[in-house]
Write a protein that binds this ligand. Structure first.
Ligand SMILES: *[C@@H]1O[C@H](CO)[C@@H](O)[C@H](O)[C@H]1NC(C)=O
Ligand SMILES: *[C@@H]1O[C@H](CO)[C@@H](O)[C@H](O)[C@H]1NC(C)=O
Ligand SMILES: *[C@@H]1O[C@H](CO)[C@@H](O)[C@H](O)[C@H]1NC(C)=O
Length: 181
């Protein structure tokens, strides 16, 4: 069994906590907390989580993701509970290169107002390509039987087109070149 490429990097999911007003530990002031991954992978399941506590009035909670000139609304809801914890799933389309997105969160009520705009890094999801061959070494003229499986960073199979090429380098070495677009 031949195997070519191994997973390169683990999918590091760093959470960024970016707003927590109030310095006293036991306060009952309205508080806001937003959790977003430090880095977002395209075409994968990402999440933003928002926690609101000690609200004293109903507010409109909205979150918008600004990426490559487009604004996408992730949530735009009226919240009338005192405490809320919500996670909104989203996914970004593949982009040409590593880019930056801006996440804007606003909480607006009659007396309360909170606005935050944070940048997050957007990276193309790296797929992991596994190649299985029926023999470790081939002789010129032999047919190479192989199977290609491509997985995303969450180890879900991807429906990705893979191009392959067989090269007979010498008497007993064959190189299989795999290219993903
Ligand atoms: C809610 O709490 C904030 C901060 O303590 C205060 O400024 C505001 O007046 C309160 N609003 C209401 C409707 O009580
Ligand atoms: C996206 O939102 C930002 C901030 O509200 C605004 O400055 C920008 O013009 C918007 N872009 C588009 C394409 O609507
Ligand atoms: C990405 O690249 C393709 C072709 O190389 C181009 O047509 C497209 O406009 C690019 N998209 C962005 C967002 O730069």
């Amino acid at each position: 069994m031949g195997k070519d490429k191994l997973p390169s990097k683990p999918n590091i999911f760093l959470l960024l906590l970016f707003f927590l007003p109030g310095n006293t530990p036991l306060n009952t002031e309205p508080q806001y907390m937003v959790l977003v991954p430090f880095m977002i992978h395209t075409e994968s399941h990402e999440k933003i989580c928002i926690q609101l506590t000690h609200l004293n009035e109903s507010v409109t909670l909205s979150a918008t993701l600004e990426h490559q000139g487009e604004n996408r609304s992730l949530i735009d809801d009226v919240v009338s509970e005192k405490d809320v914890f919500t996670c909104i799933p989203f996914s970004l389309p593949k982009s040409n290169s590593t880019s930056v997105a801006f996440l804007m969160v606003t909480v607006t009520g009659d007396t309360l107002q909170f606005k935050s705009r944070k940048s997050v890094l957007v990276k193309n999801s790296e797929s992991l390509v596994f190649v299985q061959t029926d023999k470790p070494i081939y002789k010129p003229g032999q047919t190479v039987q192989f199977r290609i499986i491509s997985l995303d960073t969450d180890f879900y199979p991807l429906n990705e087109k893979v191009e392959s090429q067989l090269l007979v380098v010498s008497q007993d070495t064959i190189i299989v070149i795999i290219q993903t677009p």
